[in-house]
Design a binder for this molecule. Structure first.
Ligand SMILES: Nc1ccn([C@H]2C[C@H](O)[C@@H](COP(=O)(O)O)O2)c(=O)n1
Ligand SMILES: [Zn+2]
Length: 189
């Protein structure tokens, strides 16, 4: 049944009763959920991080997740953490979610934009965030906040005037269900 048939089946009384949905996700939930969806693309077995950059008009201008650089196969480069040689662990290779979101930008720049990210940015990403002109960060977890790298990020953000706030979700999960019964959604039923 297409939309015109559905509308034709509705009485005028039914139509006037239709109110806007109340359980829609708000902008912040939408942007953080977008970051979390991007994280699902990550091949890192220990941490999957996503980042989403948003401009002043609430338009998404960049999305990224942690992964190996282009051309560096994620089947061949290492995902290990503790190895005798640093060359055999992921740390020298992996691009962080924040870096990828900035590099993937689809606008001329990301000046005055806000970044939504799952984990607080490390010092290397903090430098990129500052240089890119991003002025606000919403992060979900500060889990590694006492490590020098994260203390350095905060020091740089404070000096550069980049605001950072922990995002406290209103609900514990947002579900995506591809199994939608479109007919049951029809207002005529
Ligand atoms: N803000 C962050 C923090 C971490 N990541 C990435 C980098 C690694 O792939 C992984 C963390 O691994 P660990 O140091 O716990 O072995 O998460 C990121 O992209 N953004
Ligand atoms: Zn980083």
């Amino acid at each position: 049944m297409d939309i015109s048939e559905m509308t034709a089946n509705m009485s005028l009384q039914d139509e006037t009763k239709l109110k806007k949905r109340e359980d829609y996700i708000d902008w912040q939930e939408y942007f953080m959920a977008t970051a979390f969806l991007a994280a699902k693309r990550s091949k890192d077995p220990s941490y999957q991080v996503g980042a989403c950059i948003v401009n002043k008009d609430n338009k998404i201008v960049g999305i990224g997740y942690n992964g190996m650089p282009i051309g560096c196969s994620d089947d061949e480069f290492p995902w290990a953490k503790k190895t005798p040689s640093p060359l055999d662990s992921k740390y020298l290779y992996v691009c962080h979610a924040e870096m990828n979101a900035i590099m993937n930008k689809n606008s001329a720049d990301v000046k005055d934009c806000t970044m939504y990210v799952g984990l607080f940015p490390c010092n290397e990403c903090a430098k990129m965030i500052i240089q890119a002109g991003i002025t606000k960060i919403y992060y979900l977890s500060d889990g590694k906040g006492d490590r020098p790298s994260y203390v350095a990020s905060k020091r740089m953000f404070d000096a550069a005037g980049v605001e950072y706030k922990q995002y406290v979700p209103k609900r514990s999960k947002i579900e995506i269900n591809f199994n939608v019964d479109w007919d049951a959604m029809s207002p005529s039923k």
